[in-house]
Design a protein around this ligand. Structure first.
Ligand code: SAH
Length: 515
């Protein structure tokens, strides 16, 4: 079989949302992904789990891996994965200061087929996110992408400074921080006005984006004073002045705030997505793992006779997902509910039910067990009613208790367990951030996230410290009263509580508190 095809794929500047559709598709299909430092790492989550992932990163100027070694690695991977797909993922665009051309030449020389998937290059993207259009009618009609790091082994300068300085309106320098004094000196000596505006955009398009503005005359000392570091784009030209009117990315409500999210990995995505879109730097710390529970004989019987109930009640989306999985294992489906009416504790649970073809008959006004009980009783549950509650093994008993007090016969079927996942690595990372006072908020979406958060951090504590102490300075944001009570029991003060008790409510609470 012939060797694999190598795709030289642009990963964009850092925001994974700027990955192209083609890039995402190839990552999902790849047999092997060869990636490096900067933007590409954030996109690795799209790579399929079975792909071989090879890191060939080099940081700044201290190369760990030489370009020749990378070229060899590409050819070698193509031979090993005969007939497959190799993604060579590179930050920004592969052909803009990415040495993609050299890799393509090496592949051609080795007779390996390749294709190129362009990416959003850092200069254009970082400027756009900093409120700087690289061209603008009446202000700049030309733009140049320039290396700020002339290859040191070349004796003569490779850049035609005289023509560049006066012939192009907007100049974008890559890899230029170290040589900034040299760049400024060459431009001014070639006749560019010292009062020309300059901006530096660091980690553009990511939650860590930082922008510094100055003029050619002042920029060297400004950068020194701010200790502004790579990786950054240096943009020179009058378009920089538009930033005052066009900045947007850094003005989003949660920009610059670091938020730790404690949901399960599967469930975090909606919350992470919303917080990120509002500008937060989100750190995922999965503190619960949902495990479907094998049913005992009583449980099986309860599921098989669901239709004999007046009401079937779900108190979480997980409960719905696990119940349907268990029904399927028993050869049953949504018809098992028969004429029983169905209640969901809140909108997320109702959504999960809808995805299995069932429209909830009841969603209470407040998304807590007490409110479910009240609503059910209001809907006629009482003496002689049959109610089945499908829920987690460890949960509060208020719902069955209240229903039984009202005279109902209640069967509780535990369909899943919540356990603490093996998140030791993340726990160490989160503890380090908390210790450095580098966390603005931690979100808690269930009592179990609170308990497991505390348990996972227990090993990370200093002598005599408790989790509440470690949390000092970071705001605990709770999804509702029950979670708030568990936080209070753990000695962690609640900074803000969602209203209503939903993910959207939680995000609003975080914005109000942090914004
Ligand atoms: N192929 C890449 C550039 C690689 S050279 C592209 O098309 O974007 C590496 C340089 O790109 C860095 O030194 C920095 O100047 C710039 N760069 C890459 N990502 C950046 C980002 N998110 N923000 C600012 N500059 C970035």
């Amino acid at each position: 079989m012939s060797s694999a095809t190598v795709y030289l794929v642009g990963a964009g500047p850092g925001d994974p949302g700027l990955l192209t559709l083609r890039a995402k598709e190839l990552l999902e299909q790849a047999d092997c992904v060869i990636y490096d430092y900067l933007a590409s790492q954030a996109c690795m989550r799209f790579a399929n789990d079975a792909a071989e992932c090879i890191f060939v990163g080099k940081k700044g100027f201290s190369d760990h891996v030489t370009q020749d070694q990378i070229n060899e690695c590409l050819v070698d991977a193509a031979r090993r994965h005969a007939g497959g797909r190799i993604v060579r993922l590179k930050g920004g665009d592969p052909y803009v200061f990415g040495r993609g051309g050299e890799e393509a030449l090496a592949l051609r020389a080795a007779d390996v087929a390749f294709e190129v998937v362009p990416g959003v290059t850092a200069a254009v993207a970082a400027c756009a996110y900093a409120g700087i259009p690289v061209t603008h009618r009446g202000v700049a009609s030309s733009v140049a992408l320039v290396t700020g790091h002339e290859t040191p082994d070349k004796a003569a300068p490779v850049i035609d400074w005289d023509h560049l300085a006066l012939g192009v309106d907007t100049l974008c320098f890559y890899m230029g921080i170290r040589d900034l004094p040299h760049i400024v000196d060459r431009l001014v000596r070639a006749g560019r006005a010292p009062e020309t505006p300059v901006a530096l955009v660091r980690w553009g398009t990511t939650a860590a984006q930082e922008t510094l503005t100055a003029t050619l005359e002042t920029v060297v000392s400004a950068v020194e004073q701010a200790q502004f570091q790579a990786p950054a784009i240096i943009v020179v030209g009058d378009v920089v002045g538009l930033r005052d009117s066009l900045a947007w990315f850094e003005q989003r409500p949660l920009f610059g705030k670091r938020v730790v999210v404690t949901r399960t990995r599967e469930q975090a995505s909606a919350l992470v997505e919303r917080l990120s879109r509002l500008g937060a730097d989100v750190v995922e710390f999965p503190t619960i793992e949902v495990r479907q529970r094998p049913l005992d004989a009583t449980g099986k019987e309860s599921l098989a006779r669901l239709s004999e109930n007046d009401w079937v009640v779900f108190t979480s989306a997980n409960g719905v997902a696990c119940s349907f999985a268990l029904l399927e294992e028993m050869g049953l489906d949504a018809r098992a509910f028969g004429g029983a009416r169905v209640a969901a504790i809140g909108p997320a649970t109702a959504d999960e039910l809808r995805s299995h073809g069932i429209c909830a008959d009841l969603v209470p006004p407040r998304f807590v067990a007490e409110s479910v009980a009240e609503s059910l009783i209001g809907a006629g549950v009482g003496e002689g009613s049959h109610v089945c509650v499908l829920r987690a093994a460890t949960a509060r008993d208020v719902l069955p208790d209240l229903l039984e007090q009202a005279g109902a016969r209640v069967s509780v079927v535990p369909v899943y367990d919540t356990v603490a996942p093996d998140s030791r690595e993340q726990a160490a990372h989160v503890a380090e951030l908390l210790r450095a006072k580098n966390v603005d908020a931690v979100t808690f979406t269930a009592s179990s996230t609170v308990r497991n958060f505390c348990a996972l951090l227990e090993d990370q504590l200093d002598e005599g410290q408790d989790v509440a102490g470690l949390m000092d300075g970071a705001a605990a944001i709770s999804i509702g009263t029950v979670t708030s009570r568990t936080l209070a029991d753990a000695g962690i003060p609640v900074a803000a509580e969602a209203d209503p008790f939903t993910i959207a409510g939680l995000v609003d609470a975080a914005c109000d508190y942090l914004g």
